[in-house]
Design a protein around this ligand. Structure first.
Ligand code: BTN
Length: 231
């Protein structure tokens, strides 16, 4: 349960700031208005100018570690729905798409007993660097700016009960399935064990991705990056 949000005007990366709090053994959120070196997955940079929402959740989950990124994606979707956005989908497990463009990215890193779940949400960004052509912000989509601090508070308020439910009772996978895009589509999953191609078969009760390869074998992935091969 996150009871405290620590706010900064600037951070190198809120992921690194959160690491400094691990020893305190308390779940909390580290927020910054901008980041000098925001980190994305797979060693990528997360472009972090003012106008975006950058937060790292310091968590000590008891169970179901692998479902944290998907849980965070679900929370983002629910927050954006509350703001009236539709056409939202989850690109398993870490990206939230608005109108098929990336509006939010999530990275989860382990630090001792803690999991640091970093969320980047494009809120009031007016544009993106040319290499990020598939990105969108809430402001670009809605044609008006949003109050970042209000979204942050809403995000934590939505996260807490779902996180609690995940740990104590488990959340029905059906809820997530409603938003997962690409079922039946051809993808590759990039993991530290290699790259695996196949068709998205579904999500199982652990919220892991099920991939059917060309031999018909179903493989289960708890982690990985997904790339669509055909749209
Ligand atoms: C991705 O899509 O590659 C994940 C991007 C995660 C970005 C967030 S912003 C807050 C936190 N601090 C970071 O340096 N990265 C994450």
């Amino acid at each position: 349960m996150i009871k405290r949000i620590i706010r900064f005007k600037e951070a190198i990366s809120t992921q690194d700031t959160a690491k400094r709090f691990v020893n305190q053994n308390k779940e909390l959120a580290i927020f910054s208005l901008r980041q000098k070196h925001g980190r994305g997955r797979q060693g990528r940079t997360w472009y972090s100018p003012p106008g975006g929402l950058y937060v790292s959740l310091l968590l000590f989950p008891r169970t179901r570690l692998s479902s944290i990124p998907l849980l965070a994606s679900l929370v983002i979707v629910k927050v954006l729905e509350d703001y009236g956005f539709s056409r939202l989908s989850i690109h398993w497990p870490n990206d939230v798409l608005l109108n098929e463009k990336k509006v939010s990215g999530i990275i989860c890193e382990q630090s001792g007993d803690a999991v640091i779940c970093g969320i980047g949400l494009n809120v009031n960004n007016d544009g993106f660097i040319p290499t990020l052509e598939n990105a969108i912000s809430l402001k670009i989509d809605a044609g008006k700016p949003f109050d970042i601090d209000e979204i942050l508070t809403h995000l934590i308020d939505k996260f807490n009960p779902l996180y609690d439910e995940l740990q104590n009772r488990g959340i029905k996978v059906k809820e997530v399935l409603n938003y997962i895009d690409g079922i039946g589509e051809s993808i590759e999953v990039i993991t530290s064990r290699g790259v695996f191609r196949g068709l998205v078969h579904g999500i199982d009760d652990d919220w892991a991705l099920l991939l059917r390869d060309e031999t018909g074998m179903i493989r289960k992935f708890c982690y990985g990056d997904v790339r669509r091969l055909r749209w």
